[in-house]
Structure formats: structure tokens, C-alpha cells
Design a binder for this molecule. Structure first.
Ligand code: ASP
Length: 342
């Protein structure tokens, strides 16, 4: 078999940052400097080519335009490469991974996002291992030449996880990401051990490829004693296209006059309201308690076991297209790229 061709794409993040002498804060640095720190990449059994954002950025600045830029780089090069590794800041990596999993769900090649908690130039950095192993996984193929991984993933600290199932859990530990509702796709020790039964194979590709995303949504986190009068004012504006409720436990919320009126006014304007939980692990079951049932009775859509990152980007994605927004409830409740258990 010929060597795998991999495209390594640099977007910025701590992995390639240097400390600014004057301000003492970290800022993104250029890609060539980063590559010089890992000459051993050449030893891998793969042809590696590189691409970079013109200006590497802290991932706090990432948004739909960057996701679309990345999706287009992958889509335009889908026949040229066997896999893609994206170097990305860890802060919003889960959002980018989720968004790409929807936009690129028709691409059955490995698209692996990774980064680091310490810049590559620092002796104890986790960058080298994260990059080398991500490249190795992206180059893994079956004897018939098919890629083992056919989905968007996040690789961090010896674990390969489904991209739309992860969240950043620690800003301190090298073990920065968790995937509370879905098991690891591969565990890395002396060997790379793929958990074949967890990998995505067939997926729902029945909606057209589209790169329009709608950012006009509100993510609304509940807390006890909250006043909902501000929400009511906000949803009265025509510009709010979707509302994501981040509720308690299995999807529960107190019945409050302004809160209920806000949900009703979204429904009257035919704009979706989705319910996910503040708990990282478990799923929404609006029928379990009275405190959830009233939301279900109002037509609130269950976000099931979606992460916040996947719920937000999926809403942006579905509302970005006229066709998918018409059947929003159907697509929101279905799995497009393994992001939820129906
Ligand atoms: N602030 C950085 C970023 O997300 C943190 C990191 O890369 O770990 O770009």
C-alpha cells in the first residue's frame, strides 16, 4: 500500500504560541516555527503536507466564518488526502469539531482536531505527543486502503473521541477533554487500540451539503430565582431564530409567567425552542417530572444527550438552510453525525 497523504492544517491556539516579552501573555505564532520543534514528523509513515490560516488565532476568535473556511479546505482537498489533522486552540475546539461534523458529514475520512495545554516550545509540552499520534491515527487504513476513522474527532492526551461529543473540562490538566455520553473511539497506550464498535460508519446524509450557518440563536442557562423578563424582551425581537434552554437535571424548569410567555412567543412565530441539560452526563427526558412535562406540552424539542457545543452548532447549521429549517424538529431529534442517541 502507498503511504497515506495527510494534510496538517494550523489555525493557532496555545500549541503554537509564544510569550510576548512586553505583555507576558501568550499570542499565536507562525507555523514554520512550530514545525521546526517537531522534526520527527518526517519519520512517520505518511506524506504530510501543510496549510495554515493566514493569521493564526486564539480559538476564542473562532466562529462560523472560520468553520466554513476549514470545511472548504477539507472539502476541496477530499480526493487528494487520506486524512486531515487540524491544530486548534482547545478553548473552542469542541464547537469547531461539532460544527465540522455537521458540515462535513458526507466525508468519510478522518478529520482530527488536536491542540495542547502548553506551547510546543516548552519542554514539558503535551503538543508533540498530541500532533504525532493524531497524524498516525489519520494515516491508519485497512488493508483495502479505506480509512479506519471516517468522522470528525478530537484527540487529546491518549484518547480519540467523537468531535461532537466532547467538551473542554479542564484548563489545567493535560487531560483537557471529556466525552461524557459516548465512549472513546480509540485508547492510546503502547499501541493505538481502536474501539471498532464505537466508530461511525453509516450516517444520515440525506440533507444537502450546505455551508450557511445561522448565528441568531440564544443559549439560555437557568439558575434559581432568575428573572425571565429580559428573555421575554429578547425573544420579542424578530431577529432571534432559535432558543436553546439549558435546564436542570433531565430537562426541568420552574413554570414562570415570563418564561412561559417567552416560549409561547417563540412558538407562535414558528421559531424552535430546544432543551438540553446543565448536567454533562445523562439525557433530557421531559416526560419524567411535571417540571419537564410542561415544556414538552408547549412543544419544546428535547436535545436528548447533546452537549451544549453540539446543540448550539446543530441549531446554527439547521437554521442556516431553508429546507432543513422547515423540518427542524425532525433533524434536531435525529442523529446526523453520531452527536446524539435518538
Ligand atoms: N486560549 C487558547 C486557545 O484556545 C487555549 C489553548 O489553545 O489551549 O486558543
Amino acid at each position: 500500500m502507498q503511504k497515506a497523504n495527510i494534510l496538517l492544517i494550523y489555525t493557532g491556539g496555545t500549541i503554537g504560541m509564544v510569550r510576548n516579552e512586553a505583555s507576558q501573555s501568550l499570542s499565536a505564532f507562525n507555523f514554520d516555527a512550530l514545525l521546526k520543534q517537531i522534526p520527527d514528523v518526517k519519520l512517520l509513515d505518511a506524506n504530510i503536507e501543510t496549510a495554515s490560516f493566514p493569521e493564526p488565532i486564539d480559538s476564542a476568535f473562532m466562529g462560523p466564518s472560520h468553520w466554513i473556511l476549514l470545511a472548504n479546505i477539507v472539502n476541496d482537498n477530499r480526493d487528494k488526502y487520506d486524512g486531515f489533522v487540524i491544530l486548534h486552540g482547545s478553548d473552542t475546539m469542541a464547537y469547531t469539531a461539532s460544527a465540522l461534523s455537521f458540515i462535513l458529514r458526507g466525508i468519510d475520512k478522518p478529520i482530527i482536531l488536536t491542540g495542547a495545554q502548553l506551547p510546543i516550545g516548552i519542554l514539558r509540552s503535551d503538543a508533540r505527543e498530541n500532533i504525532i499520534t493524531s497524524l498516525e491515527i489519520a494515516a491508519s487504513r485497512y488493508p483495502n486502503g479505506e480509512s479506519v476513522i471516517k468522522e470528525v474527532c478530537v484527540y487529546f492526551e491518549y484518547q480519540l473521541m467523537r468531535g461532537n461529543r466532547v467538551l473542554k473540562f479542564s484548563s489545567q490538566q493535560f487531560h483537557a477533554f471529556i466525552s461524557p455520553n459516548y465512549p472513546a473511539l480509540a485508547d492510546i497506550g503502547v499501541d493505538v487500540k481502536f474501539n471498532y464498535e464505537n466508530l461511525l460508519s453509516a450516517r444520515n446524509n440525506n440533507i444537502p451539503f450546505q455551508t450557511q450557518l445561522c448565528p441568531d440563536i440564544i443559549a439560555y442557562t437557568l439558575f434559581p430565582g432568575q428573572s425571565h423578563k429580559f428573555l421575554r424582551k429578547l425573544v420579542e425581537s424578530d431577529e432571534v431564530r432559535g432558543l436553546l434552554l439549558i435546564t436542570y437535571g433531565t430537562g426541568n424548569a420552574p413554570k414562570d409567567y415570563d418564561f412561559e410567555a417567552s416560549i409561547r412567543s417563540m412558538h407562535e412565530a414558528d421559531r424552535p425552542v430546544v432543551n438540553i441539560s446543565q448536567c454533562y452526563s445523562g439525557r433530557v427526558r421531559q416526560d419524567l417530572y411535571e417540571a419537564g412535562r410542561w415544556l414538552q406540552d408547549l412543544g419544546v424539542i428535547s436535545g436528548k444527550d447533546l452537549t451544549r457545543e453540539a446543540a448550539i452548532t446543530k441549531m446554527m447549521y439547521l437554521l442556516g438552510d431553508e429546507e432543513t429549517s422547515k423540518s427542524f424538529r425532525h433533524w434536531m431529534e435525529s442523529s446526523l453525525a453520531g452527536e446524539l442517541k435518538p
